[in-house]
Design a protein around this ligand. Structure first.
Ligand SMILES: Cc1cc2nc3c(=O)[nH]c(=O)nc-3n(C[C@H](O)[C@H](O)[C@H](O)COP(=O)(O)OP(=O)(O)OC[C@H]3O[C@@H](n4cnc5c(N)ncnc54)[C@H](O)[C@@H]3O)c2cc1C
Length: 545
C-alpha cells in the first residue's frame, strides 16, 4: 500500500531526540561522545556509509596528513592516546580511517548513527522549540538541538567544463574515490587541477600509469613533507610526552607544534636568513610555512624573499628550466594559500611518462570529450580521468542544506555577503543550532580546534541543563562584533587578497568568484581566551529562556 503522508502527518510521525548531529567525521563523532556522556539522546545523520568524514571520502593515492599524526588524534581520552600507535609521522589515509573506526568501535558510536542519510533540510519550529530535519528519502526527525558537523572541505566540486559527463572511461573526484584501489597500470591518465590533492596524488599515479597528463591552470606553491615511519621506540617516547605535546599545541596560534620566529625577515642578515630557510625546508611538516619569520605572511617584501627562495628550490628540482618556470606561481606569494606538502611532486615532472599542460597560456581546455580532453591545440585521449578540482570550502556544505531559522530565515540569504556568526559557532536567527567548525571560527590543526569547539558547546548545553533553559540564541550585537573582529584580523594578511578555498573562491561554482573572509585568522590563543572568558562569565553573550 502506498501511503502518502501530508507534511503535518510526516512531522507528527517523526522520531524526536534531544539532539541531532549532521556529519560523522571527527567533529560529529566527538560531539556525539560528549552529548551522550551528558545523558542526551542523540541521532547522527551521515551521507557516507561509515564514520571518518574527510578520511572516509578521500581515498585517492597519496592522501595523507600534513599535520603531525601524533598531534592529530583526539586528546580527550588518555586511554585512547596510549592504545593507538601511529605508524608514520604524517599518517596515510587508510591508517587514519582505521584509527577513526577504532575510535567508533571503542566508544560504540555507531549505534546512534544513521548512514546513507543525507540531510536536505533543517527547519526551526518556533512553536515546538525544535528543529525538524529532513533526509533525502523524505523522512523527518526532530530535536531540541541541532549540531552541524558537516566539514569545511566536504562539499566537493567538479570542473565546470563543457562535455564533462560525456567522457566514456572512468572519471574520479579524489573526494569520491572508489573503496577499492584504482589500478592505473598501463593506462593513459589525465588529471585536471594542481591543488593540494593533486600534489599528493600526481607522484603516486605517475609511478603506475603508462602516461600521466596534468592540466594546470595555475601552479601552487608546495614544500617537502619529509614523512617517515615511526619506530616502536619513537612511538613509546611520543606516548610518554603526549601531555606536554598537546599542552604545547594549545599555546601556539594554530594548534600545530610549529610557531613563527619572532624576527622580521629583512632584519636578519641574508646568510643567516638563507641558513634558517634551508633548515626549515629540510624539516618535516609545516615549519617552512607557519614556523617562518613573523612577517612572512603580512609583509610583501618578506614574502617576496621567501617566495624567491622556494622558487629556486623548484628550479633545482625540475630538470627542464622552462617546465620549472611553469611550476612556479607568479600570481601569489608563498604561504598565502594553505601550503600543500609534497613527496617528490616536482621530481615527478622529470619523468618521461608525465606531461604538464598549461591551460592558461599554452593550451586552454575547450571541452571534455568521450575520449578525453580537447584543448585549443589537440584532443588528448585518456583511459582514466581524475577531476582534482577541490571543494566549495567552508560554506559549501552549509549551502547544500536548506537551513531555515526564525520566521523562515534562510541561512544562505543571511550569509549572502559572507558568513556572520558569533565565534563561528552560532548564527543570528538560528536558535539552538551550534556549528562545530563553522565559518569564522579558529582553525589550524583541526582536530584540536574541534575538541576546543565541542568543549565550549557542550559547556553551553550543560549550562542550559543546569538552569532549565531550553532555548538559546546569540545576541545580534555579538554577531556584529565578532564578524568585525574576524574581518579586521584578516585585513593585514596577504592571503586575504588571494583567491583560494580559504577565501571562498571556487571557479567551478557559480557565484563563488568573490573573495570572502571565512575563518578567524587572528591568534588562536586569543580565540581560546575569548571562549574561556565567555564560559566563565556564564555565557553572557547568549540569550537563554
Ligand atoms: C585531503 C584532505 C587532507 C586534509 N589534511 C588535514 C591535515 O593534515 N590536518 C588538518 O588539520 N586538517 C586536514 N584536513 C581537513 C579535514 O577536513 C579536518 O582535519 C577534519 O577531518 C574535519 O573533520 P569534520 O568532522 O569537521 O569534517 P569532515 O571530515 O569533512 O566530515 C563532515 C561529514 O559530514 C558529512 N555531511 C556533510 N553534509 C552532510 C549532509 N547534508 N548530510 C549528511 N552528512 C553530511 C560528510 O559526508 C562528512 O562525512 C584535510 C582535508 C582534506 C580534504
Amino acid at each position: 500500500m502506498n501511503v502518502t503522508l501530508t507534511a503535518a502527518e510526516r512531522q507528527q510521525a517523526a522520531a524526536t531526540y534531544d539532539a541531532i548531529i549532521i556529519g560523522a567525521g571527527i567533529s560529529g563523532m566527538f560531539m556525539l561522545y560528549r552529548l551522550r556522556e551528558m545523558g542526551l539522546s542523540v541521532r547522527v545523520f551521515e551521507m557516507g556509509s561509515n564514520v571518518g568524514g574527510t578520511w572516509y571520502w578521500n581515498r585517492y593515492p597519496g592522501a595523507r596528513f600534513d599535520s603531525e599524526s601524533w598531534t592529530y588524534g583526539y586528546s580527550f581520552s588518555k586511554e585512547l592516546l596510549q592504545e593507538w600507535d601511529w605508524k608514520e609521522h604524517f599518517s596515510p589515509q587508510p591508517d587514519t580511517l582505521e584509527y577513526l573506526n577504532y575510535v567508533a568501535d571503542k566508544f560504540d558510536l555507531r549505534r546512534d548513527m544513521q548512514f546513507h542519510a543525507t540531510v536536505n533540510a533543517a527547519h526551526w519550529d518556533e512553536a515546538a522549540n525544535q528543529w525538524t530535519v529532513t533526509l533525502d528519502d523524505g523522512s523527518q526527525t526532530r530535536a531540541r538541538f541541532l549540531f552541524t558537523a558537516i566539514g569545511i572541505l566536504s562539499a566537493h566540486t567538479l570542473p565546470a567544463i563543457p562535455g564533462r559527463d560525456s567522457f566514456q572511461g572512468p572519471a574520479y573526484h579524489p573526494a569520491r574515490w572508489p573503496h577499492t584501489p584504482v589500478d592505473f597500470t598501463g593506462k593513459r591518465v589525465g588529471i585536471i587541477g594542481t591543488g593540494a590533492t593533486a600534489i599528493q596524488a600526481i607522484p603516486e599515479i605517475a609511478k603506475q600509469a603508462k602516461h600521466l597528463t596534468v592540466f594546470q591552470r595555475r601552479p601552487n606553491w608546495a614544500a617537502p613533507l619529509h614523512n617517515a615511519k615511526i619506530s616502536p621506540e619513537e612511538m613509546a617516547s611520543i606516548k610518554a610526552r603526549y601531555e606536554e605535546i598537546y599542552a604545547h599545541c594549545a599555546q601556539t596560534p594554530t594548534w600545530f607544534i610549529h610557531q613563527s620566529d619572532p624576527r622580521k625577515t629583512l632584519d636578519v642578515p641574508p646568510a643567516e636568513r638563507e641558513a634558517f630557510w634551508e633548515k626549515l625546508y629540510a624539516e618535516p611538516g609545516f615549519g617552512i610555512w607557519i614556523g617562518n619569520f613573523s612577517d612572512m605572511l603580512i609583509d610583501e617584501k618578506a614574502n617576496a624573499a621567501i617566495s624567491a627562495f622556494i622558487a629556486d628550490k623548484i628550479r633545482q628540482r625540475v630538470k627542464d628550466p622552462a617546465l620549472a618556470e611553469k611550476l612556479i606561481p607568479k600570481d601569489h606569494g608563498f604561504g598565502t594559500r594553505r601550503v600543500p606538502l609534497e613527496s617528490g611532486y616536482f621530481e615527478t615532472y622529470n619523468r618521461d611518462n608525465v606531461t604538464l599542460i598549461d591551460t592558461l597560456e599554452d593550451e586552454p581546455i575547450v571541452c571534455i570529450t568521450p575520449k578525453g580532453v580537447k584543448t585549443a591545440k589537440q584532443e588528448h585521449e585518456f583511459d582514466i580521468m581524475v577531476y582534482a578540482t577541490g571543494f566549495d570550502g567552508v560554506t559549501g556544505a552549509f549551502d547544500r542544506i536548506d537551513f531555515r531559522g526564525t520566521n523562515g530565515a534562510l541561512l544562505r540569504d543571511v550569509w549572502r555577503d559572507g558568513p556572520r556568526t558569533y565565534l563561528g559557532m552560532v548564527a543570528d536567527h538560528f536558535p539552538n543550532m551550534l556549528m562545530v567548525l563553522g565559518p569564522h571560527t579558529a582553525r589550524g590543526n583541526i582536530p584540536q580546534a574541534i575538541e576546543h569547539s565541542v568543549g565550549f558547546q557542550t559547556g553551553l548545553i550543560r549550562h542550559m541543563l543546569d538552569h532549565g533553559y531550553t532555548h538559546v540564541e546569540t545576541r545580534p550585537e555579538k554577531v556584529d562584533a565578532w564578524t568585525e573582529i574576524v574581518i579586521k584580523a584578516a585585513e593585514p594578511l596577504l592571503s586575504s587578497k588571494v583567491p583560494s578555498w580559504q577565501t571562498g573562491v571556487n571557479r567551478n561554482v557559480e557565484g563563488r568568484q568573490v573573495l570572502r573572509v571565512l575563518g578567524y585568522n587572528g591568534n588562536g590563543a586569543h580565540f581560546r581566551r575569548t571562549t574561556d572568558e565567555e564560559a566563565k562569565s556564564g555565557y553572557q553573550s547568549f540569550a537563554f529562556r
